[in-house]
Design a protein around this ligand. Structure first.
Ligand SMILES: Cc1ncc(COP(=O)(O)O)c(C=O)c1O
Ligand SMILES: [Zn+2]
Length: 438
């Protein structure tokens, strides 16, 4: 074990699994205690990491030494995971003018990932590479849309057959993309929970490996590199981290990344995690509010509601059964963070405002994330002098319908009399009002 690059260690009982080949043979569970939750650790002292971090990466594969792949020749990549962290001054100015706070606002541009333009691309790139290394030819995944699309593409590049289970409300654009790569789509008549259970039965019946959800060590290892990327780009951890949450690999991976490099960066700590859900699918927020009102009693993390067939307009975030809440809520609590809901009816206004101010088109799940940012300000959760990282998880190419709804300057005309020039600034006030007014 000592000579190998990495090993997996069970979070519950410390059992060691030597590599992913063995992990897959074990059906991705600990043979000692049956837990699905193992973490990857590396036989490295991390002395090289600060030098690697100074580099100018083309993708997250810059961090190859800290990823569970033995051979570089197995790397599958489409320039994912080294996306820019941008400082958004227009939001900083707004916060200064409205709340009198000097804060730094960073936006993590996951919409610029080269694979499918979502923050799922790193996991799919690592997954495809690991499957290639272990000569695995069949895989399956249940997803609300983005993970499925990303895995479908990267696995197709690796020559791996991927069966994809999506719920009946998943976006047509996701289905079309998965299908266009030649991967099989099973559109399940039911919600995401049903898609997940059908995928699990399918995996058993045909003995096909299945992506094991938000604690899947493949997903966690890929996403932890965002910690390395922030050190590279802003040379610190932000004070506050905001993300739209469905299952929650983000906070799990940030926490893992920080623990992993403790020996070399002893002062790093988790940011305050602010996790956002839309009001039409908010089981984690409800659970949190209930626990908060009772003073977080012992075992609060095991108490959460299940919403059957959630009616949200954001299929990506339609996880009605928040099975990872016990893990996430603990991380959120320890970070002194919170769960927030945003009004789904504000999504479009937010998308339009950001397109106007920054000239980029964000997807609906990203609009939910910004909605959480505005809520956090209203609730006084961000303090003067703090830095905030807003994670844009997707651009709008994932949801063409969303951008179509952003048309607001069109005038239907018949003659020259009806045509006159406009001034960009005339739109600004209305766009802000639409976001901020209750
Ligand atoms: C754009 C976007 N934002 C947020 C999420 C939620 O991520 P997680 O399931 O890791 O909580 C997803 C998941 O599909 C997503 O695609
Ligand atoms: Zn175990």
């Amino acid at each position: 074990m000592k000579d190998s690059k990495y090993y997996l260690k069970c979070v519950k009982c410390d059992h060691i699994t030597p590599d992913f080949g063995t992990w897959f043979e074990q059906n991705q569970i600990c043979p000692e205690c049956g837990s699905k939750h193992s973490e990857v650790w590396y036989n490295s002292d991390y002395k090289e990491l600060p030098y690697i971090i100074k580099g100018n990466p083309d993708s997250f594969w810059q961090y190859f030494y800290y990823l569970p792949l033995e051979k570089r020749e197995n790397i599958i990549s489409r320039h994912e995971g080294s996306v820019p962290v941008q400082q958004w001054w227009f939001l900083e100015d707004f916060v200064k003018d409205t709340y009198g706070l000097d804060i730094t606002i960073y936006v993590y541009r996951n919409d610029m990932n080269g694979g499918t333009g979502t923050f799922k691309d790193v996991a799919a790139a690592l997954g495809a590479s690991i499957l290639k290394e272990h000569d695995i030819k069949q895989y399956c995944v249940a997803s609300t849309g983005n993970t499925a699309t990303s895995f479908a593409k990267y696995l197709a590049i690796a020559g791996v057959n991927c069966s994809v289970f999506i719920p009946d409300n998943a976006l047509k654009a996701s289905e079309a993309m998965i299908s266009s790569f030649g991967q099989r789509v099973f559109r399940v008549k039911g919600d995401y929970s049903k898609a997940k259970s059908l995928a699990a039965e399918y995996s058993k019946k045909y003995n096909i490996l299945i992506s094991s959800g938000n604690i899947d060590p493949i997903r966690v290892e890929a996403k932890k590199t965002m910690v390395f990327e922030w050190l590279r780009q802003i040379e610190r951890m932000p004070d506050v981290y905001i993300q739209a949450i469905s299952g929650g690999t983000g906070p799990i991976a940030i926490d893992k990344g920080i623990r992993e490099i403790k020996s070399i960066y002893p002062d790093l700590k988790n940011p305050k995690f602010i996790m956002v859900q839309p009001d039409k699918c908010d089981p984690m927020v409800r659970a949190w509010e209930d626990a908060e009102s009772k003073g977080f009693p012992e075992g609060f993390e095991n108490n959460y509601p299940i919403i059957d067939n959630p009616k949200t307009e954001v299929p990506t975030l339609a996880t009605g059964n928040p099975a990872t809440y016990p893990i996430i809520s603990k991380l959120v609590k320890d970070s002194e963070g919170t769960f927030l809901r945003m009004k789904e009816e504000k999504m479009l206004a937010i998308g339009k405002l950001i397109a106007f101010e920054r000239k980029i088109n964000i997807g609906p799940a990203s609009a939910v994330c910004f909605g959480g940012f505005f809520e956090a300000l209203k609730k006084g959760l961000i303090q003067n002098g703090q830095s905030v990282m807003i994670n844009i998880g997707e651009g709008v190419r994932r949801a063409p319908d969303f951008v179509e709804q952003m048309i607001y300057t069109t005038k239907i005309v018949d003659s020259l009399d009806e045509c006159e020039p406009h001034l960009l600034d005339d739109y600004r006030k209305q766009l802000w009002d639409d976001v901020l007014n209750d």
